[in-house]
Design a protein. Sequence first.
Length: 76
Amino acid sequence: MGEAIVAQILACVLAYLAIGAVVALIYVFGGAGRIDPAAKGRGMPLRVRFMIFPGVMALWPMMALKLFTQTEPPEA
């Protein structure tokens, strides 16, 4: 019984991370420009994309909400 619970928890964590990886790829290679004007086009170097990928992957529910609801960058 204990092994089944651990397997279910592991499956949930892996599903969370898999969804997070998909959202992070969408955000890092396309959606960041809609949220941050400095990230449009070639404005965000590849090393920065690699640095923000784990954070976006971990916080994917918040980033997906921002990514799919925000239409244009906020005004400064």
